[in-house]
Design a protein around this ligand. Structure first.
Ligand SMILES: Cc1cc2nc3c(=O)[nH]c(=O)nc-3n(C[C@H](O)[C@H](O)[C@H](O)COP(=O)(O)OP(=O)(O)OC[C@H]3O[C@@H](n4cnc5c(N)ncnc54)[C@H](O)[C@@H]3O)c2cc1C
Ligand code: SF4
Ligand code: SF4
Length: 399
């Protein structure tokens, strides 16, 4: 019997209302995108529009960075600055987000941030499943009328559904900022994963899988350790080490957020801190306008085409999702020096900008489709949104 799917979003641990009601809004019960999109935008994404089917419905997309970066934010700190401005301008009265445990850097603590100091403490990514939505309880108890929620796609899905379905938050005006999110980890498994990525896990502070095909780990003293994807230990390719919820996720780019802020399609230049912004709704435009004069903006760049790069690994990626109980070696797949050569070659010849985002979305979507098909076939119809089938067809893959 496969494990129940849960990304620990925090909604059903709220005590203020019955958890059975929260569970009705759980994304693993309602499914990804589809009718959620129709409820928000009046229509679903067009599966025949190549960009919209991958990136979701948007009113504008661009590359940007804050002229003055927020120190120690994940990138230039656009999300932190948006949240500060939303609070200071009284657009919202509180922000549902995360803090870190003082002694355990990667332990997330859900918070309702009500001051600039609280918002600054929330900056940076925490690469583990995080119960962000638990703080809706405090916002509800305090009777807040205007709220900002920062979350991954599973948070935003459950929040949107719950807001529509039940009365508890009905009188709250809710704004949402979405992070792109993929390959997240269980908190208990994270130390084991980090030990296998980094030579110095205890000093690691900022980890990102980058468009130069390397994992970049920033350490306490500021130095950046770079490990080619191809030289990670083979045991990190075992799908069993990742949460089944994240392998059943079909909304990498957070298609229901008012505004999504990531880095995926931004040109990759060392330390340039360029980010990628996808404005989706009117509320997203309101949020974006709060910081428009603080941003340097650029049009998206890069060739769209990435077919051969996705197709090259599509069948083997799909096959690897069978989760057979095979042995994964603890040694590196390829020595580090050779791995750097491959990463460099792919970075120079492979997709860039929007092409890299296209590649990454398709690559994960194919893996996740087959993960669900092989391991949770009973949930296939509910979880998988229609555009996924159009994309599988493009690669000649059997649904
Ligand atoms: C597991 C994970 C995977 C990601 N993968 C990608 C990716 O593949 N491509 C991409 O473009 N971007 C990805 N991101 C998002 C990216 O790391 C940045 O969060 C984003 O680009 C915003 O940068 P910033 O400088 O504006 O953020 P900051 O100003 O530093 O603010 C970050 C905000 O995100 C919140 N946050 C941190 N961790 C979590 C979490 N686990 N769940 C919910 N909220 C959280 C923080 O509390 C803070 O409010 C990922 C984030 C996470 C947590
Ligand atoms: S994903 Fe959220 S709502 Fe669903 S079971 Fe887990 S904590 Fe509850
Ligand atoms: S990968 Fe998907 S399910 Fe997992 S934490 Fe991110 S948004 Fe949630």
């Amino acid at each position: 019997m496969p494990k129940p799917l849960c990304s620990s979003c925090g909604l059903c641990s709220i005590k203020k209302w019955p958890s059975t009601e929260s569970l009705q809004s759980c994304v693993f019960n309602t499914g990804w995108l589809g009718e959620h999109e129709t409820a928000l935008f009046g229509r679903e994404r067009d599966p025949l529009d190549p960009e919209e089917s991958r990136f979701g419905i948007t009113s504008s997309r661009f590359v940007a960075r804050l002229r003055t970066a927020v120190p120690d934010a994940q990138w230039s700190g656009i999300i932190t600055r948006l949240a500060e401005k939303a609070l200071n301008s009284k657009l919202v009265e509180g922000v549902v987000t995360l803090h870190r445990h003082e002694e355990d850097f990667f332990h997330p603590i859900p918070v309702l941030a009500g001051s600039e100091k609280d918002i600054l403490k929330a900056k940076g990514s925490i690469p583990v499943l995080s119960p962000v939505l638990r703080s809706l309880e405090e916002a509800h108890s305090k009777g807040l009328k205007r709220l900002l929620v920062i979350g991954a796609a599973c948070h935003i899905h459950a929040l949107r559904d719950f807001h529509r379905r039940f009365d508890y938050l009905r009188n709250m005006e809710i704004y949402t900022i979405g992070i792109p999110c993929v390959d997240n980890a269980n908190e208990k498994k994270w130390p084991w994963i980090l030990e296998r990525i980094s030579k110095s896990p205890a000093t690691a502070r900022h980890i990102e899988f980058m468009p130069d095909y390397r994992v970049h780990v920033k350490h306490l003293d500021g130095h950046i350790e770079k490990i080619p994807f191809f030289s990670l230990p083979e045991e990190l390719t075992n799908p069993e080490i990742f949460p089944h919820s994240c392998l059943s996720c079909f909304d990498y780019l957070n298609g229901l957020a008012d505004i999504t802020v990531g880095y995926l399609a931004a040109p990759f230049k060392n330390r340039s801190k360029l980010q990628w912004v996808l404005v989706r709704t009117e509320k997203g435009s309101v949020l974006n306008n709060l910081i428009a004069d603080e941003l340097e903006t650029f049009p998206e760049s890069g060739e769209w085409e990435c077919f051969k790069f996705v197709a090259a690994s599509a069948k083997s990626s799909a096959e690897s999702m069978k989760c057979q109980k095979k042995e994964f070696r603890t040694t590196r797949k390829i020595p580090v020096a050779a791995g750097h050569l491959i990463s460099e070659f792919l970075f120079r010849t492979g997709p860039r900008g929007v092409g890299f985002a296209h590649f990454s979305v398709d690559h994960h979507l194919i893996k996740h489709y087959y993960f669900v098909k092989f391991n949770y076939p009973q949930h296939l119809e509910r979880l998988v949104p229609p555009h996924v089938y159009t994309i599988l067809e493009e690669y000649g893959l059997e649904p």
